[in-house]
Design a protein around this ligand. Structure first.
Ligand code: FAD
Length: 384
């Protein structure tokens, strides 16, 4: 892991203080009311935080991926839905900017990296989740456009996004028949189902998107026809690191609440943290978090060096999100009855952690990616 420069340290200090002052006070109420904090994302844009890992010529900040991930961690520590939004936006933007034809890329890049336009990544369907290659949304070429029909599911930012990175079928071949399209949100033929009623992450909108004879210009094809699944998988290699960073931020937040409670709460005439049963739980929580952080930073360093990082990104996502689940469950335990009620944030953090074990490939799928890497039989497994 490369040491941070002074400028990068200053950036992280700035983000930490902004997140503590602006995001953390909003999290509980926005999550309770199901408010999507688009205003906060606009603020991130005005602070040049929505395009951190993209090249400067495309309007980004040219930061190493590890620095971008640390920013995601700080945001998620204060308000997970905001950290997740930045991660999903980066996932969609990466797919477009690295594969769009130059005229399209140059037309859209700066608005994406400035955060003026918000992105969504659309791989999953009602009947196609972990088995992403089974997707059935169809794009049929008609003159200078593709006519798209089908239903995409579980789309984070659906109805709020300005553009969609759409994975769809242009040919019958299971894997080489999948293509990627850039779809502006105002394309006629798009419609949105009501938001999913989720157990947590209610500030992060998740909806189905329906395509009814939606005409998407052929010039919006990303890469070549049939290359969509590879694009989707490469995008997920990076996106999963964003989810790992979100998980570490969430777990860190839970640990801090648990430590504060263990210091302040007295039973048997002593702070409960003095009991080894509680103190050791806190020590285990902190150790797991440090290991998860080190793993995502190591994967990011490999990515920045241009080295193979698919397996390590899957390990980071797997380990960090399992850590977030375990740490938030333990945080509820440390708070006792107070952990189980909505007056304190740790029950919300526990509900939020569960989603991270599912999104961008369930943790079973991460184990498949890692084991196939070990055994050398790495066929396409995705699961957005
Ligand atoms: C809050 C939220 C946000 C999301 N955002 C997006 C988004 O923005 N874009 C998008 O495209 N998708 C998104 N998703 C969808 C998410 O990626 C899928 O839910 C996930 O990939 C799993 O697919 P599934 O739900 O269809 O479950 P299934 O694939 O049906 O899996 C069900 C269970 O079977 C297990 N399983 C399946 N296959 C195997 C196997 N081969 N080996 C072992 N176990 C297996 C899974 O691990 C899981 O436990 C989101 C989901 C949620 C909950």
């Amino acid at each position: 892991m490369t040491p941070l420069t002074t400028d990068q340290r200053d950036l992280l200090d700035l983000v930490r203080s902004y997140a503590g002052g602006r995001l953390a006070p909003r999290a509980a109420e926005d999550e309770r009311a199901g408010v999507f904090p688009r205003d906060l994302l606009a603020e991130l844009g005005s602070m040049d935080l929505m395009g951190l890992p993209f090249p400067e010529e495309l309007g980004g900040s040219g930061q190493p991926y590890g620095v971008y991930l640390r920013v995601v961690e700080e945001l998620a520590r204060a308000f997970l839905s905001v950290g997740l939004s930045l991660s999903v936006h980066t996932l969609a933007t990466w797919g477009v900017l690295t594969h769009a034809p130059a005229p399209l890329r140059d037309r859209v890049a700066h608005r994406m990296t400035a955060g003026e336009w918000l992105g969504a990544y659309s791989l999953s369907e009602p009947a196609s989740g972990s088995d992403a290659a089974s997707l059935s949304t169809r794009a049929v070429r008609d003159g200078d456009a593709y006519v798209v029909n089908g239903t995409k599911a579980w789309v984070t930012h659906a109805g709020e996004a300005d553009f969609y990175l759409l994975l769809c079928r242009t040919d019958e071949h299971r894997t080489r028949g999948v293509s990627a399209l850039y779809v502006p949100a105002d394309t006629p033929g798009l419609s949105f189902a009501p938001p999913e009623r989720k157990m947590g992450l209610r500030s992060s909108p998740t909806r189905q998107v329906r395509y009814d004879d939606a005409r998407v210009p052929a010039a919006h094809l990303l890469g070549r026809e049939g290359e969509g699944l590879g694009l989707a998988l490469r995008a997920l290699d990076s996106g999963r690191l964003g989810i790992a960073a979100c998980a570490v931020g969430l777990a860190q937040c839970a640990l801090e609440h648990a430590v504060a409670h263990a210091r302040g709460r007295e039973q048997f005439g002593r702070p409960i943290g003095d009991f080894q049963g509680v103190g050791f739980m806190l020590a285990d929580m902190a150790t797991r978090i440090a290991a998860a952080r080190a793993l995502y930073l190591e994967a990011a360093a490999r990515r920045d060096a241009g080295d193979e990082h698919r397996s390590m990104a899957a390990m980071a996502k797997l380990f960090a999100t399992d850590t977030a689940m375990a740490v938030t469950v333990d945080a509820v335990q440390v708070l006792g009855g107070y952990g189980y009620v909505t007056d304190y944030p740790v029950e919300r953090l526990m509900r939020e952690a569960k989603a991270l074990q599912i999104v961008e490939g369930t943790n079973q799928i991460q184990r498949l990616v890692v084991s196939r890497g070990l055994l050398g039989n790495g066929s396409a497994v995705a699961g957005a």
